[in-house]
Write a protein that binds this ligand. Structure first.
Ligand SMILES: [Fe+2]
Length: 471
């Protein structure tokens, strides 16, 4: 402390049809206080005061690690997607659980457990330098199609052409993440549930009032940006712009995002102070789940760029599971990336993670085409696993190294995993056609087995669970 900065208060007005025939109107206020000009890794303390005499607790945060060789050191960041909230909004009055929160668990999702709180507690315990959220943030838009908003208090489906929306979900959401976000930077990408058509600018007007994006990306895309932290460059991309699956915002940037992605990747790869490039976004380029599966639009737009500029890891959400690919280049795995294997991204390719298990009910995996079904495991994996990036300076040998994190060990929901051993299968991708209706590609990707003891799979298999469907 030692200085006072006046807050910018952004008010956000929402007016949407109510299923009772009236209008749901809300006015919300969001205070933003930029504190600029501090040196790198500078701890600072702050608290909020308001004119009516309220003074918040004193909290601390720190600025980013500079991206210069003489200032670099080890650090940790955390990541997940598809969060939502455990608690039901108090407004408008009378809402029941399970409509605008994560409490619509299937029987095998253990409704007694607060999934979102569990994940948040693990983020806090990890003491990350920053946290990234790969879209589907609060789920105020419960439908996730980016259609015009309507408020419905019930679990019934909205009328054709509308999404269910409740702006007060954001009040619950910000309260739920405050224990971490008040001290740790949360960096957001936007998913399909973040296309809030109650607001202008492609459904992103609400986010511009509620959140602060770095805004160094293309002007049309508020959630597209880049930052560096030590020797790592991070890009947040907006897959709504390129998705073949949910096309409400497909093409909204008129190609400016893709141009920016190429230019930014080239600049980071040419920067001698940057070793690793991490991209995070919502829809999956590669995933083997049975729900949203993989998006040919993402692959068509970006995967060649990831190959060309040797992106080290891609972090995705959208599918409510945890899985990891082998390193991929040109839509094919290049080598076996078993758990804890060392991958050399500059020659082996990019490793893609799907981590859409921040709180929403989990999805199933596809069965593949091997004729041998993966076993379903219902054990709850509560230990987080770390992906380690080692810079060239810390290793002898071949340059950038990535120690692959364990497959299906970060999932906080029951998961389906293969028996011990490896499964290499040709999976069905979503969708397999491009915008012109032509077949694009149908890559083959291996999914490694769960590394839990075989007894775990056997005991888990005895606990039968019902199949789930996508939300
Ligand atoms: Fe999603």
């Amino acid at each position: 402390m030692g200085a006072t900065v006046e807050a910018e208060v952004r008010n956000l007005v929402t007016q949407i049809p109510h299923s009772d025939g009236g209008v749901l109107a809300a006015e919300q206020f969001y205070a933003h206080v930029p504190v600029d000009g501090l040196p790198g890794r500078m701890p600072h303390f702050y608290r909020w005061r308001s004119e009516d005499g309220f003074a918040a607790d004193v909290l601390s945060a720190a600025t980013a690690m500079p991206s210069t060789r003489d200032a670099m050191g080890p650090f940790r960041f955390t990541m997940m997607g598809d969060q939502g909230t455990d608690d039901t909004p108090l407004l408008p009055p009378g809402l029941v659980r399970g409509v605008y929160d994560d409490s619509y668990y299937k029987p095998d999702n253990d409704p007694a457990v607060s999934h979102t709180d569990n994940v948040l507690n693990q983020i806090i315990a990890s003491r990350p330098d920053f946290h990234v959220l790969a879209g589907d943030i609060a789920y105020a838009d419960a439908s996730g199609f980016g259609k015009p908003a309507t408020f419905m208090p019930s679990a019934a489906n909205p009328p054709t052409g509308f999404d269910k929306f409740n702006p007060y979900v954001w009040d619950v959401y910000f309260g739920s993440i405050e224990a971490s976000a008040s001290t740790t930077p949360w960096m957001f990408a936007t998913g399909n549930h973040d296309m809030e058509a109650a607001y202008p600018t492609h459904g992103y007007g609400g986010h511009l009032a509620r959140l602060d994006f770095p805004r160094n990306g293309p002007a049309a895309c508020p959630s597209v940006y880049s930052f560096t932290y030590g020797n790592v460059a991070v890009l947040s991309l907006d897959a709504n712009d390129v998705s073949y699956e949910i096309r409400t915002n497909t093409g909204y940037s008129a190609g400016t995002q893709n141009t920016w992605v190429e230019r930014t990747l080239a600049a980071h790869r040419a920067n001698p102070d940057i070793d690793f490039i991490v991209c995070f976004f919502h829809h999956c380029a590669y995933s083997t789940t049975a729900a949203h599966a993989s998006d040919g639009g993402v692959r068509a737009a970006w995967c060649r760029l990831f190959d060309r500029y040797q992106v080290d890891i891609v972090l995705q959400g959208h599918n409510h599971v945890f899985e990891r690919t082998d390193p991929i280049r040109a839509d094919a795995p290049t080598t076996v990336g078993a758990d804890n294997a060392i991958v050399y991204p500059d020659t082996d390719g990019t490793v893609y993670y799907t981590v859409g298990c921040a709180g929403r009910p989990r999805y199933n995996f596809q069965t593949g085409e091997l004729g041998k079904l993966p076993r379903k495991c219902t054990r709850r994996h509560l230990r987080s696993r770390q992906l380690r990036l080692d810079s060239p300076r810390s290793q002898t040998g071949r340059g950038r190294q990535l120690v692959a994190g364990a497959v299906q060990q970060l999932c906080l929901h029951p998961c389906r995993c293969t028996p011990r051993g490896r499964s290499s299968a040709k999976w069905t991708w979503w969708p397999s056609t491009n915008t012109a209706g032509n077949s694009t590609n149908s890559p083959t990707v291996a999914r490694s087995a769960c590394d839990s003891p075989a007894s775990h799979c056997r005991s888990a298999a005895r606990r039968r669970s019902r199949p789930s469907s996508a939300d």
